[in-house]
Design a protein around this ligand. Structure first.
Ligand code: ZN
Length: 1080
């Protein structure tokens, strides 16, 4: 799993990496180790938006690290519409807007161009009255995208842009309900719906494949940004931003607010603190010197007046950039916009919102920060990061492309020299700093390490500098250049943006320049600069291209900030204490009347939050009708065959000549005690090297010949069965012409890799430990969910051993064992290989164009014939392993909690019906959203139903509460009991669920989902039945679900990842409710 996560995020070919490659920066190629500027967003999908700090509302599946091998996601019932595939084959279609039509609507055409790279026609319009700029991109992609972006540079760290981003989605002129945004989440077919705050801009994107739905979304967003209710409504500001909460005059005052708690969570994570400190020190004189997300210590300084003024000034058409993309009618786009834009006159905002560049320093500086650490005696807890501001103005595209390339060469893969040298030095556990960052006006470069002992800080710095100096002097080797070039080209051409709409990926790249008044189309046109760079390298040699860049931008650049981070075990408690004292002082300064008034206001706010919108208001949000929904899931073409005794699934889909393949091995006979070694085993396969090839050579070979290979475990419960489904999956992709190379390389990886490099293995262990610790702080809900699953079923127990708290505990002791007992570990790795990789129980999945599929047999049969025929150590496990069913609190240094409660509702007698999808989504979007997020002040609260195992879980995210949240969970049955759901609401809930089930998928994802369904025994008949059940969900089904919710209440097991203070208080209140486990 670790490896899978690593490969997906580190290789340029990753599914989740559209932006990096196409924006020429490739900087997100090392996004897992990135710490720099992260935009905030109202929802969270960390896989797609790693660089944005944000929060959760999506189902667990999208955020849980376990998801790489747990299979909770609902796509197994999904119907991907075969016709809609957005292959790269999108030719510039669509109509053309005539000049007169544009003029009539109030626009003038500024430019018109066909972009070969994305096969689209791009027309830039200017709104005559306001100067608003509109990019209208037309092609055959049915996944239509709209976005409106404002320049919103803040002057302080009160988080105004971020709070405003949340607040404008809380009701508007035409849609006067509490949260139209949530209504859209509930009842639209959106393929994307979110909002993000960057350090200098705020972005509101939506996407849908259904034209009617798309325009509905656009209208709600336009009304929200231009005419939000929040500017007249103090209570929205209080709810989303901050307010004093006082339930009774005799109690203590506390701070509450969604953004306030979101940012407290951010400021509990050392990597985030480091990134923020670095950015602020690099840009002391401009807007990047403050935190647009908001510093929890500063947020309470923000007044409602300032908030309103910020909206008035910056949320104006003159200060906006608007993007349309897809196969809809471009005339209609302008018509919709004209209704809004024509209501405004030009403003001076564009001048006021200009981002001033930071002047370069004449000499380097150094800063020291502290972060909240656990009390553990480990001294290796320091962090150090070197950061450079590369230029005092934006760079030209050619230089930026070359820097992106250089960044990939230095850090892009485990074999990249800078990354390799740092990790091999053993001076620290893992790398921090994201390498090149070019999303802001001026590009930066950051690199450092964490898990460093205080004495070694200078050694890390010296090593970084000496390695860069050496690389500037000696250059990179030819194979490395070729591997990077192939990786980058492959991913540009594949343009695989995963579940992220392609049009949105293009928009974000374009905005990166457009927002600074540069040419918005230039970032999309990579072909020529790429060819120029290639021929320059061919003619002059790579050294003459890259050495001057290293010298100029890094070695001889005085604008350098060294950030050193010290662990402070008392910091979390001290911050809490400081906050308490401030609040006590405030309370002391209040009169009895003030306090009574505050208690009244608190009550009033809660009452408002808990009162449902009136039906008339709800009706204003446009929705589709059930007639608009296809009745059948459209199948992914799947042919099941057999090649030399191995099952082969083939999916004939248009992939633009790319071959996607998975080779799946049965893992069920693996000895249980070997499970925690599996993730490290997977990493070793790709990063240890073979008899003939060093790991660097092996990596370069993979980079040169393929689009990437990854290996990871996958486990899931299977509905109706005791035994879990557990597999090891090897995923690979390449151009079809390289099929033989791909299968040969996979074969080498599986059979020739030698588990002999003790030192490298030790690095894997410490990197994994650092990553798990980070996950515990940043995604504690995933850890809590895994822990609950481990108590409830065997698949969960296995997953937890390979990615939960048990895994972290295993890693914490493994480092020592590697020194003392390497021979034993090495032979265990060998044993895993012998047990798992066998022709027996192997399955091969292939997704490619029909003509290429036809040629695949010979390569596959050669590959299959090379596999060992039987596993010598086949033991049959009895999978009854579970963790004890006790309530647990996993204690970490944090200011916010993650609270979970779960049980197996099948055991309680619930029988799966498709309506469960509708009902659990409804519970998340109403009851939990209102109580856990809106009035509870957590960043997120949701439930997740794993239909394979029957485990129903409640989870909260960055939650200020603990026991109170459990009360909300326990109230779900009563909520359903009192619920009177009308037809409109029900229809919306059904449509929203279909939107999830029909999640938009690129061809590789379709082939992959189809394979998972095959492994889990989900038939087409079952998919059809579930869909019918979803479509016919009635209020009776909601009532029948009450028993399941009561089962969670009565029998549920609780796991929380929480602060020591909150756990202590909870155990006082409910005598020893939690068994306490210290984790950090
Ligand atoms: Zn947010």
């Amino acid at each position: 799993m670790e490896r899978a996560a690593l490969v997906r995020s580190l290789s340029c070919s990753s599914r989740y990496l559209c932006r990096s490659c196409s924006s020429f920066s490739f900087s997100s190629t090392i996004s897992t180790i990135s710490t720099t500027t992260k935009p905030s967003s109202i929802l969270r999908n960390p896989l797609l938006l790693r660089r944005r700090h944000s929060s959760i509302r999506l189902p667990l599946s999208s955020s849980s690290p376990l998801l790489y091998f747990r299979n909770r996601n609902r796509n197994h019932f999904s119907t991907s519409r075969a016709s809609l595939v957005s292959s790269p084959d999108i030719s510039g279609g669509g109509e053309v807007v005539k000049d007169e039509v544009a003029r009539e609507l109030g626009f003038e055409k500024v430019s018109e161009e066909f972009i070969t790279e994305c096969k689209s026609k791009a027309v830039l319009f200017r709104h005559l009255k306001t100067g608003a700029q509109v990019m209208s991109v037309s092609n055959n992609d049915e996944n239509k995208v709209f976005g409106i972006v404002f320049r919103t540079p803040p002057n302080d760290s009160t988080g105004i842009p971020h709070i405003l981003e949340h607040s404008v989605l809380c009701g508007s002129r035409k849609y006067p309900l509490k949260e139209p945004f949530v209504e859209l989440l509930k009842g639209s077919l959106h393929t994307f719906l979110n909002a993000f705050t960057y350090p200098d801009r705020t972005c509101y994107p939506v996407a849908s494949t259904n034209t009617k739905d798309f325009y509905n979304l656009v209208d709600v967003y336009l009304d929200a940004v231009f005419f939000p209710k929040c500017v007249d409504d103090l209570q929205t500001f209080q709810q989303e931003g901050w307010h004093y909460e006082l339930n009774h005059p005799s109690e203590d005052i506390t701070y509450k607010g969604v953004v306030f708690n979101e940012m407290k969570g951010v400021y509990s994570q050392p990597d985030n603190i480091l990134g923020r400190a670095a950015q602020q020190a690099l840009f002391p004189d401009n807007t990047y010197g403050v935190d647009s997300g908001g510093d929890p210590r500063v947020i309470p300084n923000l007044t409602f007046e300032e908030f309103k003024e910020f909206h008035r000034k910056y949320y104006h058409p003159s200060n906006s950039r608007i993007w349309f993309y897809g196969d809809d009618d471009p005339n209609e786009r302008l018509r919709i916009l004209s209704e809004y834009l024509n209501m405004f006159d030009a403003s001076s905002a564009p001048n006021e919102s200009k981002v001033e560049p930071q002047k370069l320093f004449s000499k380097p500086i150094r800063i020291v920060e502290t972060y909240p650490a656990g009390e553990g005696g480990d001294l290796k807890k320091h962090m150090v990061c070197l950061n450079w501001l590369l230029a005092d103005k934006p760079l030209d595209l050619e230089t930026e492309l070359a820097l992106g390339f250089l960044n990939h060469l230095l850090l892009g893969t485990p074999a990249s020299p800078l990354r390799k040298v740092l990790l091999e030095s053993r001076l620290g556990d893992a790398i921090v700093g994201g390498g090149l960052e070019d999303e802001l006006l001026q590009p930066q470069f950051s690199i450092g390490m964490k898990g460093v002992s205080e004495d070694d800080i200078h050694k890390v710095e010296e090593l970084i500098m000496s390695t860069l100096k050496k690389l500037a002097e000696e250059g990179f080797d030819t194979d490395a250049i070729e591997a990077s070039m192939n990786t980058i080209e492959f991913s540009l051409r594949e343009n695989n943006t995963g579940s992220f709409p392609r049009g949105l990926s293009l928009m974000l790249q374009s905005i990166g320049k457009w927002i600074y008044d540069m040419n918005p189309l230039e970032p999309l046109k990579y072909e020529k600069p790429l060819q120029d760079l290639k021929s320059k390298i061919a003619k002059e040699g790579s050294k003459s291209v890259f050495s001057p860049l290293i010298e100029k931008f890094i070695l001889n650049n005085p604008h350098k900030v060294t950030v050193q981070m010290q662990p402070d075990p008392e910091k979390a408690a001290r911050d809490e204490e400081t906050e308490k004292q401030v609040l006590q002082k405030i309370k002391a300064s209040m009169t009895t009347e003030d306090l009574a008034e505050l208690a009244r206001a608190t009550h009033e706010l809660r009452l408002k939050q808990e009162t449902p919108d009136p039906p008339e208001a709800l009706k204003t949000v446009p929705s589709l009708s059930l007639q608009d929904i296809p009745k059948e899931p459209i199948r992914v073409p799947t042919e099941v065959g057999d090649i030399n005794g191995v099952k082969v699934l083939q999916h004939d889909l248009f992939t633009n000549d790319v071959l996607y393949t998975e080779i799946v091995f049965d893992m069920s006979s693996l000895k249980q005690e070997l499970l925690p070694l599996v993730p490290l085993f997977c990493q070793s396969l790709l990063e240890m090297g073979t008899k003939d090839l060093t790991f660097v050579q092996l990596n370069q070979l993979i980079g040169r010949k393929t689009g990437g290979i990854s290996v990871y475990p996958f486990t899931s419960s299977v509905q109706g069965k005791e035994d879990p489904c557990s597999h090891m999956i090897v995923r690979g992709k390449a151009m079809s012409g390289r099929a033989e190379d791909l299968y040969d390389l996979v074969n080498s990886v599986l059979q020739d890799v030698q588990f002999t490099d003790q030192q490298r293995f030790k690095q894997f262990v410490s990197q994994s430990r650092a990553r798990m610790e980070n996950r515990l702080r940043g995604s504690g809900h995933g850890i809590a969910a895994a822990r609950m699953d481990a108590k409830l079923n065997a698949a969960g127990w296995m997953s937890e051993k390979m990615g939960g708290l048990s895994y972290l505990e295993f890693l914490q002791t493994l480092e020592k064992r590697v020194d003392e007992d390497w021979a034993d570990i090495s032979s265990s790795l060998e044993e895993i290989r012998k047990t798992v990789f066998s022709k027996q129980g192997c399955l091969i999945n292939i997704t490619a164009d029909g003509k290429n599929l036809a040629n695949m047999d010979k390569f596959v049969s050669k590959f299959v014939d090379m596999l060992p025929t039987s596993s010598p150590i086949a033991t049959t496990n009895i999978w009854n392993a579970r963790l004890p069913l006790t309530n647990e609190a996993i204690v970490i240094p944090t200011q916010v909690n993650y609270v979970g409660k779960a049980t197996n509702v099948y055991d309680a007698g619930y029988k799966l019906n498709g309506s469960a999808y509708v009902i659990s989504k409804y519970i998340s979007n109403t009851w939990l959203w209102d109580r856990v997020r809106v009035s509870g002040g957590a960043y997120g609260g949701f439930c997740d139903f794993d239909t394979h195992s029957g485990v129903f879980s409640f989870l909260s995210y960055r939650d200020p509460n603990l026991l109170k949240t459990l009360e909300v969970y326990d109230g779900t049955g009563d909520f359903l009991r009192e619920l009177e759901i009308d037809d409109d609401t029900l229809t919306k809930a059904i449509i929203g669920t279909i939107g999830d089930v029909d999640a938009y998928q690129l061809p590789d994802a379709k082939g992959y989902s189809s394979m998972l369904r095959y492994l889990l025994g989900i038939t087409e008949e079952e998919r059809q039945r579930r869909r019918e059940e979803i479509l016919s969900t009635s209020s009776k089904d909601f009532k029948q679900f009450i028993a399941a919710m009561e089962a969670v209440k009565d029998k549920g097991v609780v796991v929380a990842v929480a602060s020591p203070e909150d756990v202590e208080a909870a155990n006082k209140e409910l005598a020893n409710f939690f068994q306490v486990k210290k984790a950090l």
